[in-house]
Design a protein around this ligand. Structure first.
Ligand SMILES: C[S@@+](CC[C@H](N)C(=O)[O-])C[C@H]1O[C@@H](n2cnc3c(N)ncnc32)[C@H](O)[C@@H]1O
Length: 213
């Protein structure tokens, strides 16, 4: 997968994305919002905002920036923003692997169903740590590999097909969080076989304090 290819794939998916993936992914989005429970005025970055299905779920007092590489997906997100009058939301076409924000611009970063889509997810994660303030939070919602050997073998086998469709099926939580400044503080598994993981992490860059349990 390369960035250009991902962009092309999602430009094509945009037309039917909400119909196909809207409902399937909705429970995870609702859980992510519940877990985030942001403070008023919190500055939140949503990476891979897609068609903007989660935007109305943020409290109006929070300032939300949604980024995505796909023009087609962003066009639909913009429609959501206008029709629901979400004056607290800004949308930008931007690659998560190389963001144009200053360091520490956000209190929280949300990445829903996107880590397995970004070609260089480690670089994107470094960027998320950079733009998130020390002690800020990262919420990742994604499919990650299952501990079960049979399921894992299946995930590896279908990985080439999934890559052609625009995502990776063989990524483990440890691949994503290894060596970075984000420390996992909670993990909830959802859906059939617990295939969807909701990860909450704290950004420990520059010696930020761990959160009390
Ligand atoms: C499976 S969709 C998820 C959309 C949305 N978060 C949701 O919950 O429905 C993945 C999205 O990530 C975007 N994306 C992929 N690679 C990206 C990158 N490098 N930077 C920003 N967005 C990216 C895609 O264009 C697509 O809109």
């Amino acid at each position: 997968m390369d960035a250009r290819n991902v962009e092309r794939v999602y430009d094509r998916y945009a037309r039917f994305y909400d119909r196909v993936f809207g409902g399937v992914f909705e429970a995870g989005r609702v859980n992510a919002h519940r877990r985030l429970a942001p403070r008023p005025q919190e500055r939140i970055l949503e990476v891979g905002v897609g068609t903007g299905l989660s935007l109305a779920g943020y409290p109006r007092g929070c300032r939300i920036v949604g980024i995505d590489v796909s023009e087609g997906m962003l066009r639909l997100a913009d429609r959501q923003v206008r029709s629901r009058r979400l004056g607290n939301v800004a949308l930008l076409r931007m690659d998560a692997q190389s963001m144009g924000f200053a360091d520490d611009s956000f209190d929280s970063v949300v990445a829903a169903y996107v880590m397995t889509v970004i070609p260089d997810y480690r670089r994107a994660l470094d960027e998320m740590a950079r733009v998130c303030r020390p002690g800020g939070r990262l919420l990742i919602l994604n499919h990650f590999t299952n501990g079960n050997r049979l399921v894992r073998a299946f995930e590896r086998a279908v990985s080439p097909l999934c890559e052609r469709l625009g995502w990776r099926s063989d990524l483990a939580v440890s691949d994503v969080l290894a060596d970075g400044p984000f420390e996992l503080t909670s993990e909830v598994r959802m859906g059939p076989l617990g295939m969807w993981h909701l990860l909450e992490c704290v950004n420990l860059k520059r010696g930020a304090q761990r959160r009390a349990a």
